[in-house]
Write a protein that binds this ligand. Structure first.
Ligand SMILES: *Cc1c(COP(=O)(O)O)cnc(C)c1O
Length: 830
């Protein structure tokens, strides 16, 4: 790539002269007004809150842009080995407040808006929350980007800029209604358009194997165009890019018909294919749009791999140094086509021999597994891949052949083993097993919590663990304390600053353990109780305003917020709610602990059972909330449209965190970490990261219940029968019958019959009694505020391990072998 920077400008750039000192409120105010007038073309007299937000975001972006550009300079100057994080999902949340906090500009912006007669917090609420992800996997990617920047790790995130992200959820008559999420409608001040950064992505056509390397003659080509979002480090100075690809109208040509001069049929193909970056697919959805989903995955990786190589060749003059310069991380199997794509480019464009290209790939790629559930493991039909990506299928065959003949067979494994580890699954419909390809090509494969990584090696990847025992490792997930405490819960942040002697905990979360010596101090317990109460009042106000439901902030807030899925067992939560309702009606004068049950989450559009569960929660909420007899001893609230910003509002207000998945099914969970960090106590199974949270906070400070993985497996093995549990527990039988026979859906009595009387794949009924007993322990502790708040403080004090900074340090050391930018490499401020 030719560099045309004039010499004078070059000198300017290398001395970092353009790094300005931190602005004060006056400068910020002038900058905001300037942006409003000259960038947006709006007279301040006419500006709406949304206009002010956009102007302020431009002003804030200017300030991080300096860091963004100088970070790139540093990486080039010192030839920093870089990790490229490929993910189909990034659930970033709102950018504005986060950027102000990370750059220590919150005070200046707050003051500037005050001088303009406006309120920063209200203005911030105008920002759309880009939902470019479904749930935990996408939010993990976002927490990791925050930690990568803050730890000064040279890193680039790559994703898709879906025009429509996750749908907007409305609840109408108790049912989920899906509306388009128009997150781009008010403009996106935070992202830079990069019209010059474009790469062609090809599909279809034929493979001419009469040459070596074979020649792929694609039928279609579409251009991927970049948008860069700045990811600012906490503490300023560094900012990394999140590069999101989009496909624009006019970028696609049906090559064959265009060459023949058939303009209209080329336009037709364009219309069909411009949808490629349009929608995010709910990851639990079935067959719908599978071909488009495969195209999207290839679109992401092809553009990204081409960009990675271009960036490498800016720093080095040879492709051979790629593995020293580049680490590519695959966030689950969705971007695994990056492997054959890199092979294709190395072999077809750079004429590397297969063995040499393959050796490079194995140094470059690493892969995180996010699920052991077979229905969520990606497989693509060989037929579809042959149609869409013939060259890649050819390369996958070669990789498979090389693997079986050079790795597996020499070790003396039999045909049965070879059939199991083959990338190609034989059968009526031959399929490509993407997870197998990921494991075979990567030098490291990790699970996301200890128990998950152990199960991965003993079950899903057992054959591969026999072949490559050193390849498998664990990196327990974490969450960023910047977003999940400083942004989400400013009062808690002030509390921590005060008692930990400053804000050092924000970048060194283990400092929280100093709280351990304060947990018995009554004043500090009260102070924390007040922080919690304020967050509960704030949430109660939201629920009153948005849903017109009155809840009592003095009640225990019992919260389960996450994607709605049978394995996460929201319906077991419902069983407990109904059981509690029955108990109160049986014994109305007992000394009941008032509770508010708060649930939120989206169901994938095609996932009927999850949608029924949402409806059941809403039916029960309506019924119980209108029953005078339970007064305000139980309230049930399903808050619509779960999102990062809603999580930021709800989590600080939680007393109890529901983490009740069937043991062995939740790989890690990360909301469990956010809750405990905000001083909620967990009620949970021995699943995912709950197991490690238990180890860190101690058994007295967490409510663990339910069968272990071993017990769950024994039940499955013995032919699990839900009626063994229902028939032996009259109270459970009563709850099941009420729901199944229409006590909460009198207008349609059989609405929930199937939901209750299915094969109970996730063993709700087996864990019911143990769950109810644990809930009784919760009530008992909550009645003793000193003990409860002590336990909450102990939780916070021992959650330092679950910072995503620790996760990223583990990845850098164990997987990527990447060094952060050092103090000495940072530019000196003028
Ligand atoms: C943290 C988070 C998740 C993940 O929640 P789990 O309970 O761990 O599944 C999903 N969605 C959002 C918006 C989150 O913030």
């Amino acid at each position: 790539m030719a560099k045309t920077t004039p010499t004078a400008a070059k000198n300017l750039l290398t001395t970092y002269d353009y790094i300005n000192p931190k602005p004060d409120a006056e400068l910020v105010r002038k900058s905001i007004v300037y942006k409003l007038i000259f960038i947006l073309g709006i007279d301040p007299k006419d500006a709406t809150p949304a206009d002010w937000l956009n102007a302020a975001m431009f002003a804030a972006r200017d300030l991080s842009t300096e860091n963004f550009l100088s970070t790139r300079q540093i990486h080039e100057k010192f030839k920093k080995r870089t990790v490229y994080y490929l993910s189909m999902e990034f659930l970033m949340g709102r950018a504005f407040t986060n950027s102000l906090i990370n750059q220590d500009l919150y005070g200046a912006f707050e003051q500037a808006f005050k001088e303009l007669g406006l309120n920063l917090a209200d203005i911030s609420e105008q920002e759309a929350d880009p939902a470019l992800g479904n749930g935990g996997l996408g939010r993990l990617a976002a927490c990791f980007l925050d930690s990568l920047a803050t730890l000064r790790v040279p890193a680039v995130g790559y994703g898709i800029r879906y025009q429509y992200g996750m749908f907007k959820q409305e609840i109408v008559d108790g049912k989920q209604i899906e509306k388009p999420d128009l997150w781009l409608d008010n403009g996106m001040a935070w992202q830079f358009a990069r019209p010059a950064k474009r790469f062609p992505v090809s599909f279809g056509g034929t493979l001419d194997t009469s040459h070596y390397p074979p020649r792929w003659k694609p039928a279609e080509q579409i251009n991927a165009v970049a948008y860069d979002e700045i990811v600012p480090a906490f503490g300023g100075q560094i900012a990394n890019p999140l590069r999101l690809w989009t496909a624009h109208t006019g970028d696609l040509f049906n090559l064959a018909s265009f060459n023949e001069g058939d303009y209209f049929s080329s336009m037709e193909a364009q219309m069909k294919n411009e949808t490629i970056a349009n929608v995010l697919y709910p990851n639990d959805a079935t067959a719908v749009g599978r071909e488009l989903r495969l195209k999207q995955e290839y679109f992401l990786v092809s553009a990204s791999v081409q960009d990675i190589i271009a960036r490498h060749l800016c720093r080095y003059d040879s492709i051979h140094t790629l593995p020293e310069d580049v680490a590519i991380h695959l966030n689950d199997t969705h971007p695994v086509l990056a492997i054959p794509e890199l092979m294709r480019i190395l072999i077809d464009d750079y004429y590397l021999p297969f063995d040499q290209a393959w050796a490079m790939c194995q140094k470059i790629f690493s892969y995180t597994n996010h699920t052991l559930m077979s229905e969520a493991l990606e497989k693509w039909s060989v037929d579809m891949m042959a149609q869409l990506l013939p060259r890649h299928l050819d390369i996958i065959y070669k990789i498979n052949h090389h693997f079986i003949e050079n790795v597996v067979r020499p070790q003396g494994y039999d045909d049965d083993f070879i059939r199991r580890v083959s990338i190609i699954e034989e059968g009526e419909q031959r399929q490509v097993r993407m997870a197998w390809l990921a494991v075979i090509a990567s030098h490291k494969v990790n699970g996301v919590a200890k128990i998950h990584s152990d199960l991965m090696v003993s079950s899903l990847f057992a054959d591969f663990a026999a072949l490559f025992p050193e390849r498998f490792t664990n990196v327990t997930n974490g969450v960023t304390p910047r977003r999940w405490i400083a942004v989400a819960n400013p009062k808690l942040a002030r509390f921590l600053d005060k008692h930990l002697g400053g804000s050092g905990w924000l970048t060194d979360l283990n400092q929280l353990n100093q709280l351990n010596k304060l947990v018995d101090n009554k004043d500090i317990q009260n102070e924390f109780a007040n922080v919690k109460h304020a967050a509960k009042v704030r949430l109660a106000e939201y629920i009153q305003r948005e849903m017109n439901i009155t809840i009592n902030p003095n009640a225990l807030f019992d919260v389960q917020i996450k994607r709605i899925h049978a394995y996460k067992r929201q319906s077991m939560n419902v069983l407990h709610i109904v059981h509690r309702y029955n108990q109160i009606l049986n014994n109305p004068n007992a000394d009941w602990q008032p509770r508010v049950f708060i649930l939120a989450g989206k169901a994938a559009s095609s996932y009927n059972e999850a949608k029924q569960t949402i409806r059941l929660i809403n039916d029960i909420a309506y019924f119980i909330n209108h029953d005078e007899r339970v007064r305000d001893l139980i309230k049930v609230v399903f808050i619509p449209n779960y999102s990062v910003s809603l999580a930021e509002l709800i989590i600080p207000a939680a007393d109890l965190s529901e983490q009740i998945s069937l043991a062995g099914k939740e790989a890690s969970g990360t909301s469990n970490m956010k809750f405990a960090l905000n001083g909620a106590l967990t009620i949970g199974t021995l699943d995912g990261a709950n197991v490690e949270i238990l180890q860190h906070v101690g058994a007295e400070n967490i409510f663990i219940f339910g069968n272990t993985v071993e017990q769950v497996q024994t039940l499955y093995r013995n032919g699990y029968n839900p009626y063994d549990f229902i028939d032996n527990d009259p109270e459970l039988a009563q709850v099941v019958n009420q729901i199944a026979q229409g006590a909460f859906s009198p207008d349609e009595p059989h609405r929930y019959h199937k939901l209750m009387h299915n094969r109970d794949e996730f063993q709700r009924y087996a864990d019911f009694r143990s769950y109810v007993n644990a809930q009784a322990q919760v009530d008992k502790l909550y009645r003793q505020p000193e003990k409860w708040y002590r336990a909450a403080l102990v939780n916070m004090a021992n959650m330092g391990y679950f910072s995503s900074d620790r996760s990223i340090e583990d990845y850098c050391r164990e997987i990527w072998r990447i060094e952060p930018v050092s103090e000495q490499e940072l530019p000196r401020l003028a």
